[in-house]
Design a protein. Structure first.
Length: 454
């Protein structure tokens, strides 16, 4: 675990160097801002302690974890200058860093050097940009995404005035290919999700890409959550077929603030064909003067964007490059192994049943109640969820996931249907520390199951 105080000397040294740089421009005018009182910082710190322990492996609930120390150090240092990556005028060094990290992401996806891309303030805006380009290329055509896709897509379509089509999925979360084919004349873009945010399902990019290409449909990969797992292709830890076809997508979204170890406010969008830049074309009477090179604001729907985000990601990728056997790849391997360790322990026999075999690092499972009914599963799941959060010294933090009862019963027909939905348990093992924590978590879950069922 990280002890953040150990980085204090590095932060102080770097701040001192930046102070010297600032002073080189001449004596600053008197500071008109009030002093920051100690009691304000103390109150602020106390309020932060109201968070759940996102830093600890006991927290396996939502997609939350602190950024890597090198990321928050770089972000903090950059924020003392506060560069704006909308234009080179607002942040020359961090704009160059952004171009470098987007080139690294494009290389990981399999795009060549001739691509278009930039960072965004998150996955929602990144997907907005991708679907905006889709609308411009296929006006009047719909965007289709699966029932398991993020709700961003249907909401963005409403914003852009595009029809959205929801593709049904089977009990294993696989989109209905026949449905897509029957509606292909209406669809301009098909969104494929290699790593859904609910269960981490990797939709079959390979077969869906074949279908889209044959029907003349544009392909967008929403790899906001799963994108960095591309590094594990060929490692034997994930199924390779879907990941081999990434480079055939017309656009890809990846969120560095998920598995890229970044602070929130760091997404990215990549386009295979740089010619789509013409749809961003605009002019500004007061920016874009410092260089004839392409400014990032000229290929983005967002205007002001934190240069600190680019600085943090750049520093992180210097320390943890996008490689399989070192850097970020090793961290992702730990997360994947943790998920499979947990899954296999449940399979060997416990008070729980796996809902599905994980594709990435998200595992869903449910307790075995005495009364074999859908409502009993939901009730027991909620009790275990609450029990974990109520234990001070041996607490654990999970999340809940709702499944339509009919879908659940297609996978597990031995239960009585007495509710419309089934609430099950869900764990996100996105911290490498989870790998060694799994045995204790299993023990804690068994204890909780025994308590709530008695």
């Amino acid at each position: 675990m990280n002890n953040y105080s150990v980085y204090l000397n590095q932060l102080k040294k770097a701040l001192s160097e930046l102070d010297s740089w600032r002073e080189s421009f001449g004596e600053e005018q008197e500071n008109r801002y009030p002093e920051i009182p100690d009691n304000l910082i103390s109150e602020f710190t106390e309020r932060l302690k109201g968070n759940y322990p996102f830093h600890h492996p006991r927290y396996a609930g939502q997609m939350l974890k602190p950024p890597h120390p090198v990321a928050w150090l770089a972000y903090t240092l950059a924020m003392t200058i506060n560069p704006n990556n909308h234009a080179l005028d607002g942040g020359p060094p961090t704009s160059e860093m952004e171009k470098e990290v987007t080139a690294s992401l494009a290389g990981m996806v399999g795009y060549g050097s001739d691509f278009l891309g930039h960072l965004t303030s998150g996955g929602t805006i990144a997907n907005l940009e991708a679907l905006y380009i889709s609308r411009e290329i296929h006006p009047g055509k719909a965007v289709a995404s699966s029932a398991n896709a993020h709700y961003t897509h249907s909401r963005v379509c409403r914003i852009l005035g595009i029809e959205h089509i929801t593709v049904p999925v089977d009990e294993n979360g696989i989109p209905d290919h026949t449905f897509i084919q029957k509606n292909s004349d209406k669809i301009g873009t098909l969104v494929i999700t290699p790593g859904t945010t609910g269960l981490g399902i990797v939709e079959p990019v390979h077969s869906l890409a074949d279908l889209a290409i044959s029907e003349g449909i544009r392909i967008h990969l929403d790899a906001a959550y799963g994108g960095f797992f591309k590094l594990l292709q060929g490692s034997g830890l994930i199924e390779d077929e879907a990941w081999k076809r990434f480079s055939e997508a017309d656009s890809v979204v990846i969120d560095p603030h998920k598995h890229g170890l970044q602070p929130y406010g760091c997404g990215s969008v990549l386009f295979k064909d740089p010619a789509v830049g013409k749809y961003y074309k605009h002019d500004s009477p007061y920016t874009y003067f410092t260089s004839d090179d392409l400014h990032l604001g000229e290929i983005s729907l967002e205007c002001s964007r934190a240069g600190a985000s680019a600085a943090a990601l750049w520093a992180t990728l210097q320390l943890l490059p996008l490689k399989q056997d070192s850097g970020l790849g090793e961290i992702l391997k730990s997360c994947r192994r943790a998920a499979m360790f947990f899954y296999n322990r449940i399979e060997k026999g416990s008070s729980f049943t796996n809902f599905h075999k994980p594709d990435l690092d998200i595992v869903a499972y449910f307790p075995e109640p005495v009364k074999k009914s859908t409502s009993s599963i939901s009730e027991m799941s909620r009790k275990i969820f609450q029990y974990g959060m109520n234990q001070e010294e041996i607490g654990f933090y999970l999340s809940l996931y709702k499944v339509p009862a009919d879908t659940f019963l297609r996978k597990f027909p031995g239960y009585k249907k007495d509710s419309d939905e089934v609430t099950i348990l869900r764990s996100v093992f996105m911290k490498p520390e989870h790998e060694s924590f799994i045995p204790l978590l299993i023990d804690l879950l068994e204890e909780a199951a025994g308590v709530v069922s008695s």
